[in-house]
Design a protein around this ligand. Structure first.
Ligand SMILES: [Zn+2]
Length: 189
């Protein structure tokens, strides 16, 4: 069990529209009753709100907006909280501090650290640092969306607009969830 007393790292990963942000909010809301909670979100993610993190289906949670993992670390050095959440962690700059380094530092100090992140980029490749973060986590869950083409469980986020940028922040306007078979069919066209 992850309590704010013990210290732990929990990872919610998966593709877009898979419900990982909702899972993160649910945990933070549970702890909010008794513990001090902070949620960080990348400045890059301005899809739904500037000062709140938001899920694709409209749930929101007040957030501290940061550019890098080091920003979250600096904030935590100056503020006292028990539970730490990061949404869309794959968008954060990790030049000065990796996600693993961050999460281990604060979990080792007794904090409960919850991180939600995309595991694969639009080409189906792992996002930098995400495989390592899986190994560093104490527990976690990989979430699936529903394939927009066939209705099977989806684990790929397919870009529906023309761009080669590794990071293109978007929602249903730019991405669709696909299962492996439909991804292979569409991506290899
Ligand atoms: Zn499919």
């Amino acid at each position: 069990m992850s309590t704010a007393k013990g210290g732990s790292i929990v990872f919610f990963s998966g593709g877009m529209f898979s419900g990982k942000t909702e899972a993160l909010f649910r945990e933070l809301n549970r702890y909010k009753v008794r513990y001090k909670v902070v949620l960080f979100k990348p400045l890059k993610d301005k899809r739904y709100s500037q000062d709140k993190a938001a899920s694709h289906n409209g749930l929101t949670f007040d957030s501290q907006n940061i550019a890098s993992v080091k920003d979250a670390d600096n904030w935590l050095e100056a503020n006292q909280v028990d539970v730490i959440g990061i949404d869309e962690a794959q968008f954060l700059d990790t030049t000065e501090m990796s996600l693993v380094e961050f999460a281990e530092k604060w979990a080792n100090k007794g904090k409960a650290v919850f991180v939600a992140a995309l595991d694969r980029d639009f080409e189906g490749k792992p996002f930098t640092g995400i495989p390592e973060f899986w190994v560093a986590s104490d527990k976690g869950k990989k979430f699936n969306a529903i394939c927009t083409q066939c209705g099977e469980d989806a684990s790929f986020s397919h870009r529906t607009v023309d761009s080669d940028d590794k990071i293109l922040v978007g929602g249903a306007d730019a991405y669709e969830a696909l299962c492996r078979a439909c991804y292979l069919k569409i991506a290899n066209k």
